[in-house]
Design a protein around this ligand. Structure first.
Ligand code: COA
Length: 185
């Protein structure tokens, strides 16, 4: 498995994974996921332009409670083993490791169900650290739900250190999450 920057040629494999049930969309509603799949199929060129957003000036993200917040710069890499295997993203604010309260960690990831327990997520998390290093960040924060044992295993395997358990902001449902830090220097 390697991390790749998504290209137009890779989109059909990504669409096939979505049609097998994979999604890491901000809006997990099945109707919204299916609609986005159709949108990607209809205009893969438009999709590939939005998949990574390093200068999101003026663009916003809709949180689970419907509130709109500024979008942070975000790198997106796909896990690829001859086909789409998963996604990992890294979002950040330039010049600081700090994150706004509504952003729960620098890095998010998901592996297609049929390729789990192969070490892909842990390798992807280790490999993507090259990006925050290149951006000059001294550390990254990664959070996960307290009941997501798989994700906790991934973070620990990639060198994460447990910091604390705290409650998500109300705008994100308020459930408790674990915060980890990965030092880069
Ligand atoms: C979490 C997720 C990305 C893990 O992907 P993965 O490629 O299967 O993980 P890895 O194979 O790299 O696992 C690394 C370690 O995590 C732990 N782990 C992974 N899956 C686990 C599971 N189902 N139960 C318990 N521990 C698990 C193990 O310690 C594992 O190391 P080991 O295989 O040497 O024992 C995947 O389950 C997923 O996509 N889940 C849904 C999305 C999600 O929860 N994303 C995280 C949001 S922060």
């Amino acid at each position: 498995m390697e991390l790749v920057k998504p290209t137009l040629e890779m989109v059909p494999s990504y669409v096939a994974a979505r049609e097998r049930g994979f999604s890491f969309d901000i809006n997990p509603d099945p109707g919204a996921v299916a609609a986005l799949t159709e949108q990607i199929k209809a205009d893969p060129q438009a999709f590939i332009k939005t998949v990574e957003d390093l200068h999101p000036v003026g663009r916003t993200v809709t949180l689970p409670d419907g509130s709109e917040v500024p979008r942070l710069p975000q790198y997106t890499r796909w896990m690829w083993d001859d086909e789409f295997a998963g996604v990992i993203t890294f979002r950040f604010q330039r010049g600081t490791p700090e994150l706004p309260a509504h952003v729960l960690g620098h890095i998010g990831y998901a592996v297609v169900e049929w390729k789990r327990r192969l070490g892909y997520a842990a390798q992807a998390l280790r490999d993507i650290l090259a990006l925050p290093r290149a951006e000059g960040l001294p550390y990254v924060e990664v959070t996960t739900n307290v009941d997501n044992l798989a994700s906790q295993g991934v973070i620990l395997k990639a060198g994460g250190e447990f910091v604390e358990t705290y409650n998500r902001p109300a705008s994100q449902g308020g459930a408790p999450i674990n915060k980890y830090v990965i030092h880069l220097q």
